[in-house]
Design a protein around this ligand. Structure first.
Ligand SMILES: [Zn+2]
Length: 103
């Protein structure tokens, strides 16, 4: 799949798989990162999770949200590979920038 088609195709597939269109973005690298494709996504905490922030240190993440993060990360890699046919080193040079919304 050519570079220009990848972004929209991956985004379409992610939306079809249940991601909110406002919470996902697909970008390509420049310069030395030219071959990389990165999916940026924001997800919500599990309802009622026990993640907490003490005001100083990074948020302490509860097990249920660590697990959720890992599941979503793997799903994004899988969907992106299926869509683009990318494979090989670094999951086919696919990056995932996955963050939680603030609680
Ligand atoms: Zn949480």
């Amino acid at each position: 799949m050519d570079r220009k088609s990848e972004g929209p195709a991956v985004k379409r597939h992610l939306i079809a798989m249940g991601f909110n269109k406002n919470n996902v973005r697909v970008t390509h690298g420049h310069g030395t990162a030219w071959g990389w494709l990165t999916v940026h996504a924001d997800i919500h905490h599990r309802p009622g999770c026990s993640c907490h922030f003490d005001g100083i240190n990074p948020m302490e993440r509860a097990d249920e949200c660590k697990k959720l993060w890992g599941e979503v990360y793997n799903r994004i890699i899988e969907i992106t590979q299926q869509t683009t046919g990318r494979h090989g080193d670094y999951d086919g040079r696919i990056g995932v920038n996955l963050n939680f919304f603030d609680k």
